[in-house]
Design a protein around this ligand. Sequence first.
Ligand code: ADP
Ligand code: MG
Ligand code: MG
Length: 884
Amino acid sequence: MVARLLVPFGGSAPAAHQLGKQHLGGKGANLAEMAAIGLPVPPGFIIPTTLCARYYEAGGRLPDTLLAALADGLAHIEREVGMGFGNPENPLLVSVRSGARVSMPGMMDTVLNLGLNDETVAGLARRSANPRFAWDSYRRFLQMYGDVVLGLDHYLFEDALELMKDDRGVTLDTQLSAEDLQALVADYQAIIEKETGQPFPQAPLTQLEGAIGAVFGSWRSDRASVYRRLNDIPESWGTAVTVQAMVFGNMGETSATGVAFTRDPATGEKRIFGEYLINAQGEDVVAGIRTPQYLTRAAREKASARDLSMEEAMPAVFAELAGMFETLERHYRDCQDIEFTVQEGRLWLLQTRSGKRTAKAAMRMAGDMVDEGLISRDEAVLRVDPAVLDQLLHPTLDPAARRQVIAVGLPASPGAASGAIVLDSATAAERAAHGEDVILVRVETSPEDIAGMHAARGILTARGGMTSHAAVVARGMGRPCVSGAGQISIDMDARVMRVGSHSFPEGSIITLDGASGEVMEGHIPTIEPELSGDFARLMEWADGVRRMKVRANAETPEDCTTARRFGAEGIGLARTEHMFFGADRIVHVRAMILGGDEGARRAALAHLLPMQRADFAEIFRIMAGLPVTIRLLDPPLHEFLPSREAEIAEVALSAGLSVQALRRRLVELHETNPMLGHRGCRLLISYPEIPEMQARAIFEAALDVDQGVEPEIMVPLVATARELELVKAVIDRTAEAVFAERGRRIAYTVGTMIELPRAALRAGDIAAHAGFFSFGTNDMTQTALGISRDDAGRFLGDYVEAGIYPRDPFVSIDAEGVGELVAIGAERGRAARPGLKLGICGEHGGDPASILFCEGQRLDYVSCSPWRVPIARLAAAQAALRQG
Ligand code: ADP
Ligand code: MG
Ligand code: MG
């Protein structure tokens, strides 16, 4: 099919939504779909996403063919509504809206009321018999056009508006008269002419072309780029543009505009949730200019608000709206986030999309929709984004803790967070980069704050409702948020937050409870989340379809306990060296390394043996018979070496060396590139007494615990079969010795990490000595890409931005490269030894995209950090469903 230049929708236009979101953008596709199922949508046309690339190819100009096609699109709208674009008697006004394939809330700018000029405004005033409305629309248009299309600072217009209100002695925009607004229009036009050196373009077609170009142009704006990077949206997708007949919520007391969710996006309950404003337009509801009113009576009563809910103020229209919500939910089979406008009692739908929701709400909705027969269990499992589970798994405030509540706002996004107050986005990003927990405190947020919101642990705003920018974005990011805390004020000059007479300088610690809306002074203790109810039910469905097992990377008793509580089916990686850093141990570890001869090493190892045995016994006891993979000593040596004077003296003493001799030894051991140095199996081969001690500790512990433990002993950093063969011989020999001493045997396996490219290639010979493979994709990524993870921070951002790697390859597996090595390793390993057990450990084991990849390779299990176990369980279930 030839890509169409314009796709009309509404009225007599044929159904077009089959062209899909990739072509029409999410907003456009859903508008076309709502029109096709008979819902009231103002007619319009969509300029497809493909034109966005052509706009950039043409150097930021609209292609001529598009300019020619605009007349057809406008003619469609004019026919449907019986008005004329630029007609001074009966002017058609349009909105110009952006919309990428996935919704990017607040990222792209919309221009409303386009088509107004000094002539058509008079026509609009006459036809509507409402000059105030006409001038209000015109001043809104000038402001949006000036901001979005001409790139002028919106403060210029806001200041002029404030001045006008001050001058007239009023506080609300709605209190300005038609004459006031007409004067404001003149002010705005003067601002535009002064700032751009050109008069405001009066010709509607020029306005339209300008606005379409601005929508395309905004696709590459900084704020859109940041959002895309954070959400892995490729730049190549582009945005569509929707041009649509205006409907007006600002025509008086029987007009309104609002936003609604068909279910509560915070709790998931099946009840209409949303806000509206009488006599308002577009973004007034979310912009925090006036405080919006509730949609339902129940919500208003619960909040003890005075202003009537829509259900009470406009009962007939509300009933109609509620009916449409049912239709939309049945059609899309999901909770919808809807924009609507009421023009003189007549209802119009302006947008629908799948409603963003908290993790808790996602669980609840998925479960409820299964109960309602709307979706199947498998669909429910696929509905919940595993990444959002993170929110659920994080602690909430300890209800027993003393709270010094300093302010209360709206509970905009759940979760609890403590941190230092920061007052702007750049400071938030900077301080968070230094490892500080920060709370971003703003009057209200805007898209420029995205990076700071992402860096912050929580967000607090003084203004804005439950659907304000701050609330929507925070929920999407899983950050706790309290919005509209009206008691707080912010003094940017003094850099303090004030509550009444109290001052909190930037840097003061506060705590937010996004579930109650409370803001508290200081740091407040938290408690672990409850993992029953909707969560447990969904996880049970997920576990029912999951094929891969999920294990955890853990070695401390706390982490092992957490792992089990979160449903880990074993330990996939217990890093023995993590047990070596304790104050009572490190000195012996250092003595072992630095001792210089076997006798000294054995003496140090003798100190470590009982400690390791106790550690392993503890793990085996907690894991109660579940598989446990223990990796022998692995890390680069320098991680263990003493550097401070006091440490050097202490180690010298314990290793029986002079400080001078120890220093010489340190120089000898210095490595230029420790990551590729004397580590892993290389160390085990040089000093066989190390694997001997570790194997002995493992076997003795397993025998002591006596719970059917079958330890899996893992040899790290193997490149060749011979390396594994040598270390395995030490382990087997030790096993025989221990079993003979104890007069009892247990089953065990020896396997290896596959983490070097050579190991993947030679997996066939390595498998001859291995009972299992665990793909260590952290080091495999470092060695396959030749990128040190510790140094990658400086340039990896550029790489991802330039599209060299689609995502940070240390977060999400580089499926093409590292993935191919995994595929080769799996295939050759299995060919040599059918039934070879295969797993993955490292960061990728908890990343949903990488888990999907692992399912494709039919790995037996993934192993990840304990906190990510539920994420991995759900992601593995989704992977199983997707791979079929
Ligand atoms: P965003 O993606 O920021 O939500 P939208 O294109 O949805 O941008 O529009 C911004 C606001 O303008 C919304 O409140 C929307 O409902 C309103 N709006 C858009 N088009 C029209 C229209 N044709 N008539 C009335 N209001 C509109
Ligand atoms: Mg917006
Ligand atoms: Mg919208």
